[in-house]
Every structure is written in C-alpha cells, then in structure tokens.
Ligand binder design. Structure first.
Ligand SMILES: Nc1ncnc2c1ncn2[C@@H]1O[C@H](COP(=O)(O)OP(=O)(O)OP(=O)(O)O)[C@@H](O)[C@H]1O
Length: 303
C-alpha cells in the first residue's frame, strides 16, 4: 500500500567509479524529508543485477527510479524504463559519466539529489542496437576493442581507460570488413571504427560526436576507415581538441537508422554504452527511438 509520499527507489552500483563506501539508505535519507519522501535503496551485487532490481521497483510502484553509478548502471536501469511513465533519476558516481555530463547533472551527490527532488523532467531519445537499448553510444572497431581491454583490466578509472586505449593501439590488426547501409548509401568498409551516438559525451569529457543531441530524433555517426598508427595519434589529438571530424578518413552522418554486417559472415564485437557485446551473426541494426524515456534534469533544461 502506498501512502501520500513520493516513493524514490535508488539502484546503487557499489563498484562504480573508484568504488568506496556505497551510498546507504541512512546517508541518502539526510537529504530528504521524512513523510514527504519514502526511500528504498538497493545495491547491485553482480553484473546486470540492476536490471532485476529495477524490475522489482517497477512492480513496487516506485514514483522515481534513480540509477546511482556510471553509464553501465544507467543502461541497465533505464532499459527497464523505456516506454514507461516512471522518470529516471541519475546520481553520477561512475567513472566516465557520459550521459550525466551531457544532461548537466553534477557529480556532487548533494546537488544531484537536489535535482531529483525538484523533479523537472524531459523526454530523451534512446538508441537501439538489435534488441539492446543504449542511451549514450554504440560502436564496432577500435572503441569495442578498447572496451574489451578496459573490461579485462578490472580498473574502471581514466588511467585504466587510457591504458586500454594503448593496448588496443599496440594490438591494432587488419580490421574485419563490414558492409554499411546508411542514408541510402550502401558500401563496404575496412573500419577503424563505426561509432553511433545519441549523446555528445563519451565520458571523461571526450566526444567523437560534438553535435549530437539527446532530443533531435537522430543518431550522429562517425565512420572512420582503416588508418595507420600515426593517423591514430592525430585522431587522439583531434579528440582532445573536440574536432575528430577533421580527420580526412572520417565521414559524419546524422540518421535515424543504419545497418552493418560483417562481409565474411563472422561475429562482430560491439560496445554498447561501454559494455562489450559479441554479435554472433555479425548483423547489427541500429536505430533511434524518439523521446522514449523521461529523465529528471536540472531545472534550466526544458523540452
Ligand atoms: N556488485 C557488483 N560487482 C561487480 N560488477 C557490478 C556490480 N554491480 C554492478 N556491476 C557492473 O559494473 C559495471 C560498471 O558499472 P558502471 O558503468 O555503472 O560504472 P563505471 O564503469 O565506473 O562508469 P562509466 O560507465 O560511466 O565509466 C556494469 O557492467 C555493472 O553491471
């Protein structure tokens, strides 16, 4: 039975970011008003656990469900909320925090909780790659390789991410040929990377798609053909300058749908919001679902 208070459920990833003491109910309650707000706090204890915890919170009639973690946790929580009327809150305690940065949600916990209490929400687009939702980005090629190395390091920090980039750089081999179908064009490519983004932030304040918007009904897609190591270093520099599209070997598209398939029919590694996924049949269909989720944001951001 529900009383008249606002039921806010927190799904906390205790290993997000640098780890440290997890957000507890006792800690969170000091920022809310007893009687007005009723908190439920759940901690994930294994990978993907946040999905089951969120589903339970939906059954329990939560008014707001808050993902406390990074983009991986947000993906797990928000995927359950697509198409529902329950707004998503975000407390960005992850490493990269790409989506939260795009939405101007601060890393300061007290400020992030103030935003949730204010309940100003907007609808944002959601990406879908095959049957998986993404809120930030998805890609094949170098970025998927970086995520593979990042996951195997077990250290989710900026230095771990840079180390994973270096390992992928050293391992650089011959890319798997992919056929791409986008905006009426259909061509084969040996990709260094094919990157489709809903958000203008990858995390750690890096961006490959600075013009992307969460509300324009489009995916921003950067397609980069096979490049040598020197060009990769040049791309790294352009990335630091937020101008990756200046690379001669890149093409920038805006679209609501694209398709990729591996030409040899083999599997493809893809990353989805910073988590690795093996696509066994090598067929990937990526699309945008317009305004599919409600997110609580700072009050100066409006629809
Ligand atoms: N108790 C746990 N033990 C191990 N893994 C967990 C646990 N709880 C959640 N996870 C997993 O941790 C992974 C990383 O989470 P998340 O992406 O939120 O943090 P992050 O990597 O620090 O942040 P970002 O993605 O913004 O860089 C997710 O794949 C999630 O499923």
């Amino acid at each position: 039975m529900k009383d008249g208070s606002l039921h806010i459920h927190f799904i906390v990833n205790p290993i997000a970011g640098k780890g440290g003491p997890p957000l507890s109910k006792q800690f969170l309650e000091q920022f809310f008003v007893s009687g007005l707000h009723h908190l439920s706090v759940k901690h994930s204890t294994f990978k993907k656990h946040a999905i089951a915890l969120t589903q339970k919170s939906i059954e329990e009639n939560a008014d707001i469900i808050v993902a406390c973690g990074g983009d991986g946790t947000i993906n797990e929580v928000a995927s359950c909320l697509v198409g529902s009327s329950i707004p998503l809150g975000i407390v960005p305690i992850g490493s990269g925090n790409g989506l939260a940065t795009n939405l101007s949600i601060p890393k300061n916990i007290r400020k992030a909780l103030e935003i949730i209490k204010n309940q100003n929400s907007i609808k944002i687009d959601v990406g879908k790659t095959n049957d998986k939702y993404f809120f930030c980005n998805t890609g094949v090629g170098f970025d998927a390789s970086v995520i593979k190395n990042y996951e195997s390091l077990g250290r989710r920090t900026l230095s771990g991410y840079l180390r994973a980039c270096l390992t992928s750089f050293q391992e650089l081999g011959s890319p798997q040929k992919v056929q791409i179908n986008i905006n009426g064009l259909n061509f084969p490519i040996n990709p260094f990377m094919i990157f489709a983004s809903n958000s203008n932030e990858m995390g750690y304040r890096f961006t490959l798609t600075p013009n992307a918007s969460l509300q324009d009904g489009l995916l921003d897609v950067l397609v980069i053909t096979k490049i040598g190591k020197l060009k990769i270093l040049w791309l790294g520099l352009l990335l630091l300058l937020n101008r990756p599209y200046l690379l001669k070997e890149s093409r920038y598209f805006q679209t609501n749908h694209l398709e990729l398939h591996s030409v040899d029919g083999g599997s493809l590694d893809s990353q989805v919001d910073g988590e690795l996924h093996l696509v066994e049949d090598g067929m990937i269909s990526i699309q945008i679902v317009k305004k599919a989720i409600e997110v609580i944001v700072p009050s100066n951001i409006q629809e």
